[in-house]
Design a protein around this ligand. Structure first.
Ligand SMILES: NC(=O)c1ccc[n+]([C@@H]2O[C@H](COP(=O)([O-])OP(=O)(O)OC[C@H]3O[C@@H](n4cnc5c(N)ncnc54)[C@H](OP(=O)(O)O)[C@@H]3O)[C@@H](O)[C@H]2O)c1
Length: 300
């Protein structure tokens, strides 16, 4: 079966398309025929840097990806037989970019209702769970003025949906080339650049963009800010700074799936590529302004 593998740290173009054996069903396993996968910034970060994430050091070779959507085609003796033929979202931290994957952790598999598409479900990977961590950071902080960098990002759009309604004053910061897109997505919100931000007292900066230069510009403009970032692990400044990451909780994913079904959560989706163009899909996502999650599909 086809798998997309990382064998070196030469970046996107170092990925290889390999024919590897299909995993064998185990008593504890569920075999899933993969249909749809997300392309996320962590992909190309891990493809260039073994220390790119706070997880353990990347060991190679490895199948890329951590999440997928597919259909259950076989269920092991010790698992719930009712999963057979169900469409599911699956988290598979050991790799998801393969035609079939074996999931052995019951907490990492989420059956999908008919009214949630494969594409929307795939866009839940590395998205709303991280937005929720940022929402909690905002709620735990005393600041009422919240500046959000990279507000048009996939995670930014999830976060802004989750913050409705809010008593905080929100200041989404968006690059000039992404402002029209941002207003299409969230017409009720005003967006800012560092130059158009008003002077704010003791704001909390939620950093999704991960640009030190942008943070420098905002902190110079505002003074006395605090920063919570999901995109930078350190920031060289006297400004109070904290890196946060998603704390995976299966109950959150069940909620996100219900919210997709009721349209209380909208998954931002951009282009969809065939899996045989995974490198092109990653280049496109890396080189373009964020217009929603880029996806790849297996055409079985
Ligand atoms: N800590 C965690 O647990 C965790 C989990 C998942 C993801 N992440 C990280 O969170 C970040 C956002 O992820 P995502 O999937 O939402 O990404 P995304 O949709 O690709 O969005 C990236 C955002 O960053 C902005 N940006 C990038 N470089 C910039 C620069 N130099 N100046 C200003 N803005 C810049 C982009 O603006 P334009 O669109 O205008 O270019 C866009 O708004 C990524 O760095 C990702 O690795 C962290």
């Amino acid at each position: 079966m086809l798998a997309i593998m990382q064998t070196n740290f030469n970046g996107i173009d170092g990925l290889v398309y390999r024919d590897i054996p299909q995993p064998k069903l185990t008593n504890h396993g569920v075999l899933i025929k993969v249909t749809t996968l997300p392309v996320v910034p962590t992909d190309w970060k891990r493809e260039t840097n073994a220390h790119a994430t706070s997880e353990q050091l990347t060991s190679l070779p490895r199948t890329i990806g951590i999440g997928a959507v597919g259909q259950v085609v076989a269920v092991g003796r010790d698992r719930d037989a009712a999963l057979l033929h169900h469409r599911v979202l699956v988290m598979n931290p050991t790799g998801s970019y393969s035609a079939y994957l074996l999931s052995e952790n019951p907490a990492f598999i989420f059956p999908l209702p008919d009214d949630v598409s494969d594409e929307s479900a795939a866009a839940l990977t590395a998205g709303p769970g991280t937005a929720l961590a940022l929402k909690e950071a905002i709620e735990q902080h005393s600041a009422t003025n919240i500046i959000i960098t990279g507000a048009n990002s996939v995670i930014g759009l999830y976060l802004l949906q989750m913050l409705r309604p809010t008593t905080h004053h929100l200041y989404p910061v968006v690059s000039p080339s992404s402002q029209a897109y941002f207003h299409e997505q969230l017409p009720a919100l005003t967006s800012y650049t560092p130059e158009t931000l008003p002077q704010l007292d003791d704001p909390l900066i939620i950093d999704i963009a991960g640009s030190s230069a942008l943070l420098d510009a905002i902190t110079t403009h505002c003074g006395h800010a605090s920063i919570v970032s999901i995109a930078l692990m350190t920031y060289d400044s006297h400004t109070p700074f904290q890196f946060v990451h998603e704390k995976f909780d299966p109950a959150h994913y069940q909620t996100f799936i219900r919210q997709l079904a009721t349209h209380d959560l909208i998954a931002p989706i951009d282009r969809i590529f065939p899996v045989t163009q995974t490198k092109e899909a990653q280049h496109y996502a890396h080189d373009s302004h964020s217009r929603g999650r880029v996806l790849v599909t297996f055409n079985h």
